[in-house]
Design a protein around this ligand. Structure first.
Ligand code: AMP
Ligand code: ZN
Length: 460
């Protein structure tokens, strides 16, 4: 059996992965808070986990992996959005979940086996909070329930800091009823305009962290194999999940492996609204960047390194995928991927190494093996190929137009030749007359409908 090694934030080492139950390998990924479109950074953990799940299904069997990714549909950002727009919370969360599915589907990310919504697990959260109070790990104060961090000596171990360091370094919310400034909210009261549920403490709503502890326990059990998310979640979110789950289920151990991806940047800078370089997955798709290209660029960088999104990388990825799709046309994948690709992925999800191995396979004769190997990374999937076919149609039109242009030049009909040149420009096709002949490339602003109109006009 292939030996998988993963870098575990908990042990700070690359460890051999050994599932608690190889017949049911269990993973949990923190999912989106649903009030707005997913930005490009949000797609990174989804794609990392998508490849991880593909690898685990390859090694342990398709039916021996359970993948859970939650939806946070109770959060003050959602309440604020509802208040600002006058729309109902339900309407906003439903619409955003639909967008999320469309956008992640477009990247070829398989849906998880379970996608629990926080609002469906309030009962389980209340039960867990009650257990924490009964075990003296939490206390009630003014309608709130707080987790007592001093009651859990291991608090801070996941993120490698002590409670005293945290207090010194963090901007913590001080509240008069907190025993310790690091104590965090498990439950808080709602006013009449905020969503609320009945509880022993107040009509209120859960704090953010408790949902992942309650939903992972309900769907995967109190101990499971891999828990993931972006590195920004390591503290406080994941630290608090560990505290809640370990204190509610003593001895169970919670997540064995913690997997954290580094952040995405744009053209070398942090992606942020104030820098004006913030964009969503949908913005890119609408600009004509194929989902498969976004996927390829994301997987070209190892998940533990900061990843830089650049237009140059996207253009290069598009050219590679176009060539690869040409090689794969009409080829049925082999039954198994190449060991070189599986080995790279098994080594702490070295997706960049796996792509290097694919380049090598692309230069060899075994096309079925090449296709099966690319599909291990969710690339060259038949259902993701429409963009390249559109490219094939464009290619035929461009070649016909270039032939018409050189014919026009030969006939000294320069008006017609210039009209074709201008039409190319308007459609976003770059045409270069070189010593070796004519070369062309689609620019990121390529407009297929404009090109088709030009082709009709020239034919007429
Ligand atoms: P959020 O909706 O902000 O809780 O984020 C959802 C997921 O996206 C979490 O796993 C975050 O860690 C991850 N995430 C947010 N921003 C980035 C980023 N710039 N790069 C990579 N992952 C991110
Ligand atoms: Zn979470």
């Amino acid at each position: 059996m292939v030996q998988i090694r993963l870098t575990n934030t908990r042990t700070r080492k690359k460890d051999v992965f050994s599932p608690l139950d190889p017949r049911n390998v269990r993973l949990y990924l923190c999912g989106p808070t649903v009030y707005d479109r997913a930005h490009l950074g949000n797609a990174r953990p989804v794609l990392v986990f998508d490849v991880l799940v593909r690898l685990l299904r390859h090694v342990y069997g398709a039916n021996h992996v359970t993948y859970v990714r939650n939806i946070t549909d109770v959060d003050d950002k959602i309440n604020d959005r509802a208040a600002a727009t006058g729309r109902s919370i339900r309407e906003i969360t439903e619409e955003t979940v639909g967008w999320y599915h469309d956008d992640m589907d477009a990247l070829g990310a398989a849906r998880p086996d379970h996608e629990p919504r926080a609002t469906d697990y309030i009962t389980q959260m209340i039960a867990m909070i009650e257990a924490l109070i009964a075990r003296r790990h939490a206390y009630v104060a003014e309608g709130h329930v707080l987790f007592d961090v001093r009651s859990f000596p291991e608090y801070g171990r996941l993120s490698g800091r002590s409670v005293d360091d945290m207090i010194a370094g963090a901007r913590v919310e001080v509240a008069p009823f907190k025993r310790d400034p690091m104590d965090f909210v498990l439950w808080k009261p709602s006013d009449e305009n905020q969503p609320g549920w009945g509880s022993p403490w107040s009509r209120g709503r859960p704090g953010w962290h408790i949902e992942c502890s309650a939903m992972s326990a309900a769907l995967l059990g109190p101990s499971f194999d891999i828990h993931g998310g972006g590195i920004d979640l390591q503290f406080p979110h994941h630290e608090n999940e560990v505290a809640q789950s370990c204190c509610a289920h003593p001895g169970a151990g919670f997540a064995q492996v913690w997997l954290h991806n580094e952040m995405l940047q744009v053209e070398g800078r942090k992606m942020s609204k104030s820098l004006g370089n913030f964009f969503t997955v949908r913005d890119l798709l609408d600009k004509g960047v194929p989902g498969e290209v976004i996927r390829f660029v994301m997987l070209s960088t190892h998940y533990r390194k900061p990843m830089d999104w650049t237009e140059t990388k996207a253009a290069e990825a598009e050219a590679v995928l176009r060539r690869w799709r040409g090689l794969a046309a009409g080829i049925e994948p082999a039954a198994s991927p190449a060991p070189s690709v599986v080995e790279a992925l098994a080594d702490d999800l070295n997706t960049a190494g796996a792509i290097a191995a694919l380049h090598e396979l692309a230069g060899q004769d075994d096309r079925p093996l090449f296709v099966a190997s690319a599909q291990m990374l969710g690339l060259l999937m038949p259902e993701m190929g429409a963009w390249a076919e559109a490219g094939d149609a464009a290619k035929a039109m461009i070649e016909a137009l270039l032939a018409a242009r050189s014919e026009a030049r030969k006939m000294r009909d320069f008006g017609r030749a210039d009209a074709i040149r201008d039409g190319f420009k308007a459609a976003g096709v770059d045409v270069m007359d070189t010593a070796g002949g004519v070369e062309w490339a689609l620019t990121p602003g390529f407009d297929a409908a404009r090109l088709a109109r030009l082709a009709r006009m020239v034919r007429a």
